[in-house]
Design a protein around this ligand. Structure first.
Ligand SMILES: N[C@@H](CCC(=O)N[C@@H](CS)C(=O)NCC(=O)O)C(=O)O
Length: 230
């Protein structure tokens, strides 16, 4: 959180299906910083995109129409620094712990990809269970027991980090009921319910998300077990 003057312009480049871009967009929405969202399509990128995104990926944030920042976790830290509204814990140690648990999202996304990549019913069931198991350590540190954000009342960047994952799990459960969320720890379920219904997440969705996610599955897990069942 900052008292300094925010940049004159902020532009976020994103793909509609990208959870890392959605993570950034949620932080921008919660911070109430004015920004422009530019939605790109893979394969139809602007000619000068390499001058905006050195690795060619999204999300990337362009500030004052010149400097850019990539890597969603780093962008979120930057947004937290310039935000007029606090979106990180007040305590430095808690902020460091939050960043550590935010990094853990990559393990969870890996487990979700394992679910999408399963080739038959048995390996799908195992992958579903492996994903659920990833939430045990998080459940042990989650302060909210019955819903609420990760730190209770205050929305912080760990909420924008996990909300895109929860949206995808929730959507997959709607598209394909055998993908079960029943065995999730109850406090994780409460956190998930809060996040999938919160305003920053709803406002960060570009288009009809079930359709977007169905196309993502068709592209990233073509003819795998779930794709073949849908
Ligand atoms: N670690 C990066 C991951 C970004 C990422 O994987 N972006 C994907 C879309 S979800 C992308 O742009 N892929 C295209 C490419 O790498 O060329 C972050 O958190 O920002």
């Amino acid at each position: 959180m900052s008292d300094c003057t925010p940049p004159e312009t902020i532009e976020l480049f994103l793909f509609d299906f990208c959870p890392f871009a959605q993570r950034v967009q949620m932080s921008l929405i919660q911070s109430q910083l004015p920004y422009k969202a530019t939605v790109l399509t893979p394969g139809q990128m602007p000619d000068d995109f390499s001058t905006i995104s050195p690795l060619g990926n999204v999300p990337v944030l362009r500030v004052n129409n010149s400097d850019t920042v990539f890597e969603s976790a780093v962008i979120n830290d930057y947004i937290a620094q310039i935000s007029p509204i606090s979106i990180e814990p007040k305590d430095e140690l808690q902020t460091a712990q939050m960043r550590a648990w935010s990094e853990y999202i990559n393990t969870c996304f890996g487990a979700l990809m394992g679910v999408l990549q399963a080739t038959d019913e048995d390996s799908f069931q195992q992958a579903n269970q492996a994903l659920i198991n990833k939430f045990q350590p998080l459940s042990a540190v989650l302060s909210s027991q019955n819903g609420g954000f990760f730190y209770g009342e205050q929305f912080t960047t760990i909420d924008s980090t996990y909300a895109p994952l929860f949206l995808r799990m929730h959507t997959l459960n709607q598209l394909f009921q055998p993908f079960s969320l029943e065995a999730l720890p109850s406090n994780i379920k409460g956190w998930m319910d809060t996040l999938v219904n919160c305003e920053p997440l709803k406002k960060s969705i570009v288009g009809d998300f079930p359709t977007i996610y169905r196309s993502f599955i068709a592209r990233m897990a073509t003819d795998k077990y779930i794709d073949s069942q849908l």
